[in-house]
Every structure is written in structure tokens, then in C-alpha cells.
Design a protein around this ligand. Structure first.
Ligand code: SN0
Length: 315
């Protein structure tokens, strides 16, 4: 594996999930693998879990970490080629990526969707430019269209908590006051296709995902029907794809409540966090013993540890 940009970069997904669980059981086994090596983490957007779990994963493997927040600390980067740089951008990604590559052994990047321009977001300009102009491996810490570290952590969490070989998993849209990216949902869907699960997406009219992602998946606009017999309920908001970047409706009837969880097969509740309490999910559900949100966040460490290990071993 040269870079980790998508969940598809892992050649044997189920084996990778098992390997990550092995690392969780013995997290310091490879604690000198990263000796005298550095991981640079570049943030174009806020972070809590990603920043700290990635640093923790690196520490467990003996790496040094360097963190840079581009929005308030770095020069504003230019990503277009051939432009006269007389605007607000001070440095081109060509120089920035080459320079950073000399200081570290792996670069991890967070660069969210703009949600203004679908084509630009889907071109993944930021992460692809770093892949092109860096000379070290790149890790995606949530790009415009994908959040593969979250999906890998979610796969670990599902494997740890499933009671049947083929659990019923529901990904449900839930309301949110701000338009949010598709990255988490996209990578979750891609991941579910690689594991044994009976999967359905419930979302209101107008909230389908990119058909390249959602195609061949059961979908419904009837959330309560989808929740029946579910073993895992994964809630997430995303903005409209068709009417890109827009909120079409914010119907509080889509919130996950205890009453809705009663329709399920005593399902576990999942969310990637951060979560808007009592908008996406009621306090009673997120605080119930069936809530896995804290375990999901813990598993981000081992998901990232596996990816760092594979990249440094060039597996
Ligand atoms: C991000 C998203 O992609 O949905 C990151 C999730 C890991 N979430 C948000 O931006 C939430 C922001 C908010 O104000 O609730």
C-alpha cells in the first residue's frame, strides 16, 4: 500500500480488521517500528478524535509527530497550476508538499469538502495534490469525499459487538442545523459492502448519496421500517447531493430516540462524533448501555496504528 486515501486501498479488508484488533490487544508490540521516524499531520479543518487518536497511534509505534493547522498557522496554499499568485495564496502546494516530505516519513491530511462546488470536491484537489507532489506516503484524515480511518474503526467496532454472523446494519440520515459532508457516510457504505451485513440506508427524499456509492444498496425513505430488527443503527447527517451543499429539510422526526430504538433488535447505536445531542440523537440513546460512540472513538487509535504500520512496512 503506497497511500491510504480510500478504504479500497486495503487489499484484504476483513484481514485488516482482524489485524487492527490484534494491535488493540497488544498495542505496544511494534513500539520501535517508528523509531527516528516522523509523521506530519496537516489540518485544514477542526479535529478532536482524529488529531489525538492519530498522535496516540503514532506514539504506540514509536513515531514522532508534527502537527500543523493550516487555517490559522500556515501560509494559504495555492492548488491551481499556472496561476499568477497575486491573490491571497502565498505558497504553492508543489513547494509545500516537497518541503514537508523532507521533514517526515508519512504525511496525514484533513481537508473537508467545501460543499460549494460538487465537481471541485469530487476532484479531491487537496489530497490528490499532496499525493502528486509529496515523496512520502499520504494518509487521508477525512477528505472531501472519504473518511476511511473512521470506516475502518467502525468495522472494528461492529466486529467486536456483533452477535450474529450477518447483522442488520442501518445507516440513517438524521437532522443537523448545518450542511455536512458526505465523507463519513460514503466510507461507511464502502466499508459495509466489504463485510457480511444486511445493510439498508434510510434517508428522506432528496438525500441520496452519490449513485456510485449508493448504487446496489437497499435504500428507503421509511426510517421506522428500516429500523425494524436492526442490530446496529449508525446515525449521520449529510447535505443533499443532488442539490449539492443544501439543507432541504431538517425534520426533527428523523432524530434517533429511545422510542425508535425500541423498534430494533436491541440495536447498538453508533455515530462518528462530534454529535449534536437532541438534534441527531436523544440523550437517552447516546447515554444508554447500547451506545458505542466512545468505543468507536477508541478504535480510531488501532485503525490508524494498522495503517501507519502497513505504510512504513510498505505492505
Ligand atoms: C464532520 C463531518 O464530516 O460530518 C466531521 C465528522 C468526523 N462533522 C462536522 O463538521 C460537524 C460540525 C458540527 O458543527 O456539528
Amino acid at each position: 500500500m503506497k497511500n491510504f486515501i480510500s478504504i479500497d486501498d486495503l487489499s484484504d479488508f476483513e484481514k485488516s480488521v482482524s489485524e487492527a484488533i490484534d494491535l488493540k490487544n497488544n498495542s505496544l508490540k511494534f513500539n520501535s517500528l517508528g523509531k527516528n521516524k516522523s509523521l506530519a499531520m496537516l489540518f485544514f479543518n477542526p479535529s478532536l478524535r482524529t488529531r489525538l487518536s492519530t498522535q496516540k497511534a503514532a506514539q504506540n509505534l514509536g513515531f514522532n509527530t508534527m502537527v500543523m493547522n493550516f487555517n490559522d498557522e500556515g501560509w494559504k496554499l495555492e492548488f491551481q497550476n499556472g496561476v499568477e499568485m497575486n491573490g491571497s495564496s502565498s505558497e504553492h502546494v508543489k513547494e509545500a508538499a516537497s518541503v514537508i516530505s523532507q521533514y517526515c516519513d508519512i504525511i496525514a491530511i484533513r481537508a473537508f469538502a467545501s460543499l460549494n462546488d460538487k465537481e471541485a470536491d469530487e476532484s479531491e484537489l487537496v489530497i490528490n495534490s499532496f499525493c502528486k507532489y509529496s515523496s512520502v506516503p499520504i494518509i487521508n484524515m477525512e477528505s472531501a469525499t472519504a473518511h476511511p480511518l473512521q470506516a475502518l474503526a467502525d468495522a472494528i467496532t461492529i466486529k467486536e459487538h456483533k452477535k450474529t454472523n450477518r447483522p442488520k446494519v442501518v445507516l440513517t440520515w438524521a437532522p443537523h442545523p448545518k450542511p455536512l459532508p458526505h465523507a463519513v457516510a460514503n466510507s461507511f457504505v464502502k466499508m459495509i459492502k466489504k463485510i457480511n451485513a444486511d445493510f439498508v440506508i434510510s434517508r428522506p427524499e432528496g438525500y441520496h448519496l452519490n449513485s456510485k456509492i449508493e448504487g446496489q444498496v437497499n435504500t428507503t425513505t421509511d426510517q421506522e421500517e428500516a429500523l425494524k430488527n436492526a442490530d446496529f443503527v449508525y446515525a449521520k447527517n449529510w447535505c443533499s447531493y443532488k442539490n449539492y451543499g443544501k439543507i432541504l429539510k431538517n425534520d426533527s422526526s428523523w432524530k434517533i430516540t429511545s422510542k425508535k430504538m425500541n423498534l430494533t433488535n436491541n440495536a447498538k447505536f453508533m455515530h462518528c462524533l462530534p454529535v449534536r445531542r437532541n438534534i441527531i440523537v436523544s440523550d437517552s440513546v447516546i447515554e444508554s448501555p447500547n451506545s458505542l460512540v466512545i468505543q468507536q472513538a477508541r478504535n480510531r487509535v488501532y485503525a490508524t496504528q494498522l495503517i501507519l504500520k502497513k505504510l512504513i512496512e510498505n505492505e
